[in-house]
Design a protein around this ligand. Structure first.
Ligand SMILES: [Zn+2]
Length: 518
């Protein structure tokens, strides 16, 4: 066993070492066309069907900057409290990789579009920021917000995708041959680089995850990307270093590449802390290198040793003019920024009168926008939450999809809620209506009409059903007559069955008791 295979338990590592983390997040912008050509960017298209001479890097082709991509990047920069450069340039980053047809990537180097911002991250956002079962202790007193410095936000182009065929793992090792798909080559990619995040102590793994969570929510609110980690439109590289407590210098960092879920962000930091602590304990030195995270085991393994910037031979891109966004344009973009997610959560929590825990549950379920839409369409916050976190969450869970993927709109849920409040539907019928809407049978009103699902309010029909039930259950009727009102259940059940659930149970109870006690 080599020294790198040894781990120090997390809590023990925290007694001796202080971690510093940093995150580089790549976001594929949701522009209709690519960064430097007019090819469309639809995800999942036939391989190599969305390519042209420019994004294939054919000789003589010339790039033209996508204005919308610049606008989206400025929007991101402003939302992250950055300064927007009045003038900046693209740069060529020279390296070879088969999925990069030009043999260089157009990126930005020493002149990024956005500089020097920050994002505030609440560590107790999901209740995991404080002491937990793992023995972690909150550090830094009572403050639970970490201000994460943003070093830069720059714009570049994405690479294509290699597909390694014939091996067991899908990796290049052991593969028989590789295929390459250039549909993704040239899609605008924004890289958001944090400054080193120090002082989070044992909260470092959680802080890393919550930073990416907050950033994802922010990007989603800006409508610049669909931020789907599972489809690769949001990808993270996570830097971790350890230094002995009280040391004046930070340790050597490793960079864990392409960590593809929020949970993996947290796990990769925790693993690197445990691994690096073992290296340092044994008197070794942490190697500056890239590492790969393995979802199945939660471990990282060594990749290539990290190149220096000079290895890329950056120089200003000669085929593009500089970018100089006019100040008025930047101010227009700033004026149109949406309310930041954290402020919006706080406002809605107050308006809906929810506890922090309830709000977190709503947020974590991905139901915040859906509930907000349902309330905006007229439902009460309590009803909107009840449907989305209850029946609809159950349905989404059964189908293994996100709530947003369900075939029902907030307005339709608000309508169902309204029909219940008006007494037209009871909860059982409302669930049937929701089933039918999800099955594509139309909107709530249409379903109520075509399926005849309204609550029976015709008193003569109900009275008949009550009389039938009493006649069919003479023993129960006798008990109730004898004063045991609590025994009325089987009679109510019989009436509900006779009306196929379409009666108001409270009204049925009332009618039965009137009948038997008069
Ligand atoms: Zn193209």
């Amino acid at each position: 066993m080599t020294v790198t295979d040894t781990l120090v338990p997390f809590a023990e590592a925290m007694e001796r070492y202080e971690p510093v983390i940093g995150l580089e997040t790549h976001v594929e912008l949701g522009t209709r066309t690519k960064m430097f050509c007019g090819c469309i960017t639809t995800f999942g298209a036939e391989p190599n069907s969305q390519v042209c001479p420019v994004c294939l890097g054919l000789p003589g082709s010339l790039p033209v900057v996508n204005r919308t991509a610049i606008e989206y990047t400025i929007r991101i920069g402003l939302a992250l409290n950055c300064t927007i450069a009045p003038w900046c340039r693209f740069a060529r980053k020279n390296y070879f990789y088969p999925d990069m047809p030009k043999n260089f990537q157009i990126s930005q180097y020493d002149e990024p579009l956005c500089l020097d911002g920050y994002l505030d991250v609440r560590l107790d956002r999901d209740g995991h920021g404080g002491p937990d079962a793992g023995g972690r202790q909150a550090e830094g007193g009572s403050t639970r917000t970490v201000r994460v410095g943003i070093e830069r936000v720059h714009l570049e182009e994405d690479t294509g995708k290699s597909l390694h065929v014939g091996g067991a793992t899908g990796r290049i090792h052991g593969a028989e041959y590789s295929l390459v798909d250039y549909n993704r080559a040239g899609i605008p990619l924004v890289e958001i680089v944090t400054k080193p995040i120090a002082g989070t102590g044992a909260d470092a793994p959680v802080a890393a995850r919550l930073y990416v969570t907050e950033l994802r929510d922010l990007l989603r609110s800006l409508r610049v990307s669909d931020v789907r980690m599972e489809e690769g439109s949001l990808r993270c590289d996570v830097n971790t270093s350890l230094a002995p407590r009280g040391a004046s210098e930070w340790g050597t960092r490793t960079e864990t590449k392409n960590v593809n879920s929020l949970r993996s962000v947290e796990r990769s930091v925790q693993f690197e802390i445990e691994r690096q602590a073992a290296v340092l304990d044994a008197g070794g030195r942490v190697k500056q290198e890239t590492r790969h995270f393995h979802e199945d085991t939660g471990t990282t393994t060594a990749g290539r040793s990290k190149e220096e910037a000079q290895d890329y031979r950056y120089f200003p891109e000669p085929d593009l003019v500089p970018v100089a966004p006019p100040a008025e344009w930047v101010e227009q973009i700033r004026a149109a920024l949406p309310e930041p997610p954290a402020a919006r959560r706080a406002r809605l929590r107050a308006e809906w009168d929810l506890s922090e825990t309830d709000m977190t549950a709503l947020s974590n379920a991905g139901a915040l926008d859906l509930v907000a839409g349902t309330v905006a369409a007229g439902a009460s916050p309590a009803d909107a939450r009840k449907w989305w976190l209850g029946e609809l969450a159950r349905r989404a869970n059964e189908d293994g999809v996100e709530l947003t993927a369900l075939a029902i709109t907030p307005a339709q849920v608000a309508r169902v809620s309204e029909l219940v409040a008006a007494g037209t539907l009871n909860d059982t019928l409302a669930r049937q209506v929701i089933d039918a809407v999800l099955a594509g049978e139309g909107g709530p009103d249409e379903v109520v009409a075509t399926r005849g699902l309204a609550v029976v309010s015709d008193e003569s029909a109900l009275t008949q059903a009550v009389d039938d039930a009493i006649a069919a259950h003479p023993d129960v009727a006798a008990k109730v007559r004898g004063g045991k009102a609590a025994a009325v259940g089987p009679l109510i059940a019989a009436v509900m069955k006779a009306t196929r659930g379409q009666a108001d149970a409270a009204r049925v109870r009332e009618l039965i008791l009137q009948r038997l006690n008069s």
